[in-house]
Design a protein around this ligand. Structure first.
Ligand SMILES: Nc1ncnc2c1ncn2[C@@H]1O[C@H](COP(=O)(O)OP(=O)(O)OP(=O)(O)O)[C@@H](O)[C@H]1O
Ligand SMILES: [Mg+2]
Length: 215
């Protein structure tokens, strides 16, 4: 499966979720490659930090740039069970071309109107891509939700997405938890941290299962 994590807004958790999903797939015994298709190169930095931790399974990370990313993603998918792609926003060539090859576009969004407004533009771009890639499924996951606002965030997102049938809202969300931030700097996941945050780990497990099924 080729799953890309992308979206217009910065700082919403794209790299966090891409790296966690890649490690979760690897932990289940499959072969997986993490693709850094964001010019900021954050997934590559995470991967470099991970090399300092020989105790955890390493996940190969390759950087791809330009408008032909989909061709390379398809090629990678012939060699790996899963290809997890970290892309930037809709204006990047990498985002647009990755959508031509992906099975799933996962868009993390923080609660609040500013992030949701970006979905209007996403609708146009996703519609264009679907003309070339009818396998593409676009899903939204709430990210960094304040613990006191979970129900409100869910309701707000459900209401907004009711008018955007192209986008499915996942049941899973991630709450704002320091564990995510701490693990990122180490090149690890929340599961691999010495002081494990069980709730953060559950959120990642639920996200994985919702995207990939229970298998
Ligand atoms: N659920 C969470 N709780 C707390 N902090 C989080 C959570 N998810 C991500 N973060 C932190 O928020 C910051 C932004 O996350 P991340 O880098 O994954 O976003 P991004 O969408 O990839 O950003 P960019 O647009 O810059 O590529 C990072 O410092 C990360 O550790
Ligand atoms: Mg990023």
């Amino acid at each position: 499966m080729i799953i890309m994590v992308g979206g217009e807004k910065g700082g919403v958790g794209k790299t966090t979720l891409a790296t966690h999903l890649a490690v979760a797939r690897k932990a289940l015994g499959g072969s997986v490659v993490l693709v850094d298709a964001d010019s900021q190169g954050t997934s590559s930095t995470w991967s470099d930090a991970r090399k300092e931790h020989p105790e955890v399974p390493q996940v190969p990370c390759v950087s791809l740039r330009g408008g032909k990313v989909h061709v390379e993603l398809k090629e990678l998918a012939r060699h790996y069970d899963d290809v997890v792609v970290d892309t930037g926003g809709a204006d990047s060539q990498e985002f647009r071309s990755a959508m031509l090859g992906a099975d799933i576009l996962l868009m993390p969004l923080r609660p609040g109107s500013f992030d949701f407004w970006t979905l209007l533009k996403m609708q146009e771009v996703v519609t264009l891509a679907e003309g070339f890639n009818d396998a593409l499924k676009a899903v939204v996951v709430l990210s960094q939700v304040p613990p006191s606002a979970i129900d409100r965030a869910r309701k707000e997102a459900t209401d907004i997405l009711a008018d955007m049938p192209r986008f499915k809202l996942l049941k899973t969300l991630t709450v704002f938890r320091a564990a995510f931030n701490h693990s990122a700097g180490e090149g690890l996941t929340v599961d691999e941290m010495p002081r494990r945050d069980a709730k953060a780990c559950s959120e990642v497990a639920f996200l994985h299962d919702e995207l990939f099924g229970e298998a």
